[in-house]
Design a binder for this molecule. Structure first.
Ligand code: SF4
Ligand code: SF4
Length: 584
């Protein structure tokens, strides 16, 4: 490589970095005080305690050096003191590549332990993005990115192979449920649900497609799978390439719009969910006007609505649950998978730590595609292996295809003698077919359900008092709404980003981030600003404060205690439903 080409690459990285410098990124770049409190959170540090190059701060410092050299005054005045430096050679770029791709899975566990709020994974993803933009990346990342760009899915599954697999699984379904009319519909318009999958399912594990089809069939769902735009995963999240992220997400959204489906159900995949549900609309630059949810929520809803019935006693072996970093830490999905798991297994034990504190499976961040780092990855997997072994479980359940691969690899390497399954496998196995919706429908003529005043509306209830949340939830659910809860401001913002509710009810006086601050942040964040807010407060003295903010006022305001009918009426007024007739 000539010196000119290297100079060009570094110039391109510099220019791309300038575009990434949002307030929160700069906060993470300048906020690190190198206290080392995050070190112990990282599985690479735990398994390489004497190597300072494994610490989160060292990894993030690589981007800091570049930032300080080009954009921070301290780097201009005292470059030697603050470590401001640019890569100069291709060898320097290779070193950066090995750090960004080979020593961090972007799991964000260190972020939780940083008192300064530094998000090391965000910085590492930016470094990956700078490197991939100039063609410096592991070969596996190059191949997978190319497949997703050119063929439309990460594993290069051709359309005819994908359709053939669906056909094959359709036949399996007919045999399994003994119903000649059972099938996997493809490209049917106007369905309630489109089911998008991880290409790993079509290529290596089609049983999960058959399992999901069995559940949809049992629930009597109106559903289809798309012939294109079916890959809900997104390598842009791992490679740091927002353009790839946007292109991959757009394919899925466009197919949804073409088929006019109401809800996109995303099969169990942590990074796929985070990419498609949370990051994709920003990368793709479009607002989606349909609902999106993880299949975890879909299965749980079927169970709660009595559309499927399961027999818990069918699974008596000990099971444990591995939280995917993307689902638990980045998207806050921790309780729903457990609720589902408890319904289908008699002996469920937690691994410790768990939920948002769980350790990465070590296959995250695209690590499974980078074979040159496998030995180091498997060394770092010792932490996870010890966690699993301590549970004595025979089955490790996870809601992520990436984690299935990462966990299976470490289970084999450390000879743990257990297997990995997903919730979809367990729920499908536990189905009591005779009691499911499709069978009940065959037996009785269903009466149409009466229309409810908030049918189909998704509402986020934010209040730090659990009993108030329960009251609001009950009233709104009785009125037909789909209700989600948050107990403080930070949870509320994360939930609002993930769920894009139709309306938020907001308490003002809360521990931690209060409602006033939360309201201001909601109003100032793209994608959240237009969500209507109904303040529900026991502190009328704050009314002035909330209405005097330099942002559009809340759409509704209610003093506690509130009456049930007033709440429903207020919500209907805010949502513009008052003049609408309830559909019969
Ligand atoms: S990232 Fe946070 S916890 Fe880690 S060294 Fe820096 S300031 Fe300390
Ligand atoms: S994001 Fe995860 S892998 Fe990366 S430095 Fe932090 S804890 Fe370690």
């Amino acid at each position: 490589m000539s010196a000119n080409e290297t100079t060009y690459k570094i110039q391109a990285m510099r220019e791309l970095l300038a575009k990434k410098l949002t307030r929160s990124v700069v906060g993470s770049l300048v906020g690190c005080v190198h206290c080392g409190m995050c070190n112990d959170a990282c599985h690479y540090v735990k398994t390489h305690p004497d190597d300072p190059k494994m610490t989160p701060s060292f990894k993030a410092d690589q981007l800091r050096k570049l930032f300080k050299y080009n954009y921070d005054w301290t780097g201009k005045v005292f470059p030697w003191w603050v470590g401001a430096k640019e890569p100069l050679t291709d060898a320097d770029l290779d070193v950066l590549k090995d750090i960004a791709f080979g020593t961090c899975t972007n799991c964000r566990r260190c972020t939780l332990n940083c008192p300064m709020g530094v998000d090391t994974a965000v910085l590492n993803r930016i470094m990956r993005g700078l490197l991939t933009s100039v063609g410096v990346m592991p070969e596996g990342v190059r191949v997978v990115s190319k497949d997703q760009w050119e063929i439309g899915n990460q594993m290069g599954v051709l359309k005819e192979d994908y359709l053939e697999t669906l056909d094959w699984m359709s036949d399996e379904l007919v045999n399994e449920v003994n119903d000649p009319n059972a099938r996997i519909p493809v490209d049917e318009p106007d369905c309630d649900v489109i089911y998008a999958i991880n290409p790993r399912e079509a290529k290596y594990d089609p049983r999960t497609i058959a399992a999901a089809a069995k559940i949809f069939w049992a629930a009597g769902e109106s559903w289809t799978m798309p012939s294109e735009g079916w890959d809900q995963t997104n390598f842009g999240l791992f490679s740091g390439d927002d353009q790839l992220g946007g292109a991959a997400a757009r394919r899925v959204y466009e197919k949804m719009k073409e088929l006019k489906a109401k809800r996109l159900v995303i099969s169990e995949c942590g990074h796929g969910y985070r990419s498609t549900r949370c990051e994709g609309p920003n990368w793709a630059g479009i607002d989606q006007d349909f609902q999106m949810e993880s299949s975890i929520f879909t299965m749980l809803r079927y169970l709660k609505e009595g559309r499927i019935k399961v027999d818990q006693a069918k699974l008596r072996e000990r099971v444990t649950y591995h939280d995917s970093c993307n689902l638990a830490r980045s998207c806050g999905i921790t309780e729903e998978p457990r609720e589902l798991l408890r319904a289908v297994a008699t002996d469920f034990v937690e691994m410790t730590p768990n939920r948002a504190e769980n350790f990465c499976c070590t296959g995250g961040g695209g690590a499974m595609s980078m074979s040159e780092y496998t030995p180091r990855r498997l060394e770092s997997a010792k932490v996870k292996a010890d966690q699993i072994a301590a549970t004595g479980a025979k089955i490790v359940v996870t809601s992520c295809h990436n984690c299935v691969d990462g966990l299976s690899d470490l289970i084999k390497h450390y000879k743990l003698g257990c297997e990995v399954k997903q919730l979809v496998d367990l729920v499908a196995d536990a189905l009591v077919i005779e009691e499911c919706a499709v069978m009940k429908k065959a037996k009785v003529v269903e009466m149409p359900k009466p229309a409810l005043p908030l049918d189909g509306r998704r509402i986020l209830v934010v209040d730090d008092e659990a009993d108030i949340r329960t009251f609001l939830r009950t009233v709104l659910e009785d009125a037909g709404a789909e209700v989600y809860e948050a107990g403080d401001g930070n949870q509320a913002l994360a939930q609002a980003r993930a769920l894009k509710p139709n309306l938020i009810t907001l308490d003002l006086s809360m521990e931690g981030k209060d409602g006033i601050e939360t309201f201001a942040e909601l109003r100032s964040e793209n994608g959240l600003a237009s969500i209507p807010v109904c303040v529900v407060t026991g502190h009328p003295e704050f009314r002035e404060v909330i209405y005097s903010r330099a942002v559009p006022p809340p759409e509704g305001y209610m003093d506690k205690p509130i009456k049930e009918e007033q709440l429903v009426e207020n919500v209907r007024r805010i949502l513009g439903l008052q003049d609408h007739k309830l559909h019969a």
